[in-house]
Design a binder for this molecule. Structure first.
Ligand code: F6R
Length: 610
């Protein structure tokens, strides 16, 4: 999730690039850089941190150029620092590029390029592309052809803009899986990862599709596929406001982030499954994988939504890895002098990687000599830096205060870790392959659930005046009940509680009457019959019921007031699907109550204080 912008024309590109980067900063903000051509020389300026720091640095340099590209980074490979910031250049500094996406086969490509004598300056996956293109330039191909040939070897996703000082009349851009839009001006053209970066200059845009390469000159535009087929592109007129565009056309960041989940889960999985072995590969754990597999106990520590992900992780680790697992709130763990044994492995799950309690718990565990592992979204965050090893979730920046896409990515990563450990223990190749295959199907199943948005909005209308909600689930879906209740209370300010469904009769059942909506998470699994009994108990007491059930379950419709149907998958992955309707339900109720969904009262996105 980086932001990219480029300009070619008669004006000075530097302020255009800086303005564009400021508009894109919400996509990534750990470092930024620009690359420009002056008299056939390439100048690259990069800076760790916000675009404003880059701007200060550039002001002192007094730069002028009619062609340039700029990038604001959200790190995926390599910590946020100046070296890893974009643009990346070839070894003689004549070619530079910016990249948004993930190159899956970068290890293989890098090995080949190192053999050819290429020197790498950064830890990024992006740098392989610049050297790969350079290797074709060295064979005598022009820039466009070299880009096409290089992209034929690249696996993964990219939005790219490339400038070559020996062909200073063009920017070559390409796209696969990452957004890229070209802006058409009068005697000038633009490129950006989203239109907000260029809307101040033009409303005429061309959307590139996967596998397309475009050549931008100051007064012309042409496009081909990476296989060199010429293509005609249609020019569109932008009618959205800038505000709408930042939110991807959605009313709120939370909705945008809910809708992004097919893609974010795909990104969490990308390049991490080895099909033939039915297992996963997680580079960040490679140095500790033996220790982790041999651990006698796993502890998972986190706060809030990340703690709920940890609870699902506990079920996964115990079922498949057969390693006793305990989950604890970081705030409790840090103060109770926890017992930590020699063979314990401790995961710290955190979207931000900066949550004060989780960070302190991690430092405490590290001091006691435990193997401390991170599952973080923000690359280079404190938890990511200070843990012994870890896995990034690759969900991209989460802006809505209520965590949504970070949660499903955490669950995805926990499933990948389960696969990694379990295959090294008792899980068969065939069973491992089943899990891997099911995991790969999750993004399209999420797409299907998201199509129920309107249906869920109608249910929200019915329940928007409720003052309480009860969420009940069993097994893997008990943590989903907790997460559904948390989403409801934090953005709609409706009191909501999550319980294991069987616990209802030990107390909460006293609350049930016609004013108590109860959400049952009831997919068809080994506890289905039990949960149906719980549904009947609520029904008998007049409670209003919403059930999250499987598509092929027609029986449940007769027992409940509303059903939201989700596709079937294996039990361990079901929470990634069942939580989606609950996110949408909370979202729509909060909107209908006229509340500030993205910034609920009293809450902060990153809780860096106790
Ligand atoms: C809920 C939510 C919080 C966070 C919690 C931990 O929607 O966002 O409960 O999950 O503050 O934050 P991270 O994951 O950044 O450590």
């Amino acid at each position: 999730m980086c932001g990219i912008v480029g300009y070619i024309g008669n004006k000075n590109c530097v302020p255009i690039l800086i303005n564009g980067l400021k508009r894109l900063e919400y996509r990534g903000y750990d470092s930024a850089g620009i690359g420009i051509l002056t008299d056939d020389n390439a100048i690259i300026v990069k800076q760790k941190g916000k675009v404003s720091l880059l701007e200060e640095k550039i002001e002192e340099l007094n730069l002028y150029s009619n062609i340039g590209i700029g990038h604001t980074r959200w790190a995926t490979h390599g910590i946020p620092n100046e070296m890893n910031a974009h643009p990346h250049s070839n070894n003689d500094g004549t070619l530079f590029l910016i990249h948004n996406g993930i190159i899956e086969n970068f290890h293989v490509l890098k090995k080949g390029l190192l053999k050819l004598g290429y020197q790498f300056k950064s830890e990024t996956d992006s740098e392989v592309i610049v050297h790969l293109i350079d290797s074709f330039l060295k064979k005598g191909f022009d820039l466009t052809k070299s880009v096409q040939l290089a992209l034929n070897e690249v696996e993964g996703t990219y939005g790219l803009a490339i400038v070559y000082s020996k062909e200073p009349d063009k920017i070559v851009v390409a796209r696969k899986g990452s957004p890229l839009v070209v802006g058409i001006g009068d005697g000038e053209n633009f490129v950006a990862s989203d239109v907000s970066a260029i809307l101040a200059y033009t409303k005429q845009v061309i959307y590139l599709e996967d596998g397309e390469v475009a050549i931008l000159k100051k007064d012309s535009f042409s496009a081909k596929t990476i296989y060199d087929k010429e293509i005609e592109k249609e020019v569109h007129e932008i009618t959205m406001s800038l505000d709408e565009i930042d939110r991807g056309g959605y009313a709120h960041f939370m909705l945008k982030e809910i809708m992004e989940q097919p893609e974010t889960v795909r990104n969490s999985i990308r390049g991490r499954i080895i099909d033939e072995d039915g297992t996963s590969i997680l580079g960040g754990l490679s140095d500790v994988v033996n220790e982790l597999t041999d651990s006698k106990r796993i502890l998972i520590t986190a706060c809030g939504t990340s703690w709920h992900a940890g609870l699902v992780g506990e079920y996964m680790f115990e079922q498949f890895c057969r390693i006793p697992t305990e989950v604890e709130y970081a705030s409790e763990f840090r103060y109770r002098n926890p017992i930590i044994e020699k063979n314990d492995a401790i995961f710290f799950i955190s979207q931000s990687g900066e949550t004060a309690d989780t960070l302190a718990a991690m430092r405490e565990a590290k001091m006691k000599g435990a193997l401390v592992l991170g599952i973080c979204n923000v690359v280079g965050s404190s938890i990511a830096r200070e843990t012994n090893a870890g896995v990034y979730t690759h969900a991209g920046p989460e802006i809505g205060v209520a965590s949504t896409k970070a949660f499903t990515s955490q669950l995805t990563v926990l499933a990948l870790i389960t696969l990694l450990i379990a295959r090294r223990k008792n899980l068969s190749r065939v069973d491992g392959k089943t899990i891997a295959d099911e995991l790969k199907l999750i993004p399209e199943k999420i797409e299907k659930i998201l199509k129920l948005n309107n249906e869920i909005e109608k249910i929200a209308e019915e329940f928007k005046d409720a003052t309480n909600f009860l969420y009940l689930g069993r097994g893997y879906n008990f943590p989903v009940a907790l997460e559904g209740a948390l989403k409801m209370k934090e953005i709609s300010y409706i009191h909501a509680e999550g319980y294991p469904a069987a616990e209802m009769k030990h107390g909460p059942i006293a609350l049930i009457d016609e004013n108590m909506p109860v959400v049952f998470i009831a997919p068809k699994d080994s506890t289905y019959e039990k949960i149906i009994s719980n549904i009947q108990e609520v029904k008998a007491r007049g409670g209003r019921i919403i059930a999250i059930a499987n598509e092929d379950d027609n029986e449940i419709d007769k027992l409940v007031d509303y059903t939201i149907k989700v596709p079937q998958t294996i039990r361990m992955l079901m929470p990634i699907l069942t939580v989606i309707p609950l996110q949408l339900l909370a979202y729509h109720i909060a909107v209908k109550k006229g509340l500030n969904v993205d910034q609920p009262r009293n809450l902060a996105k990153s809780v860096t204080v106790e």
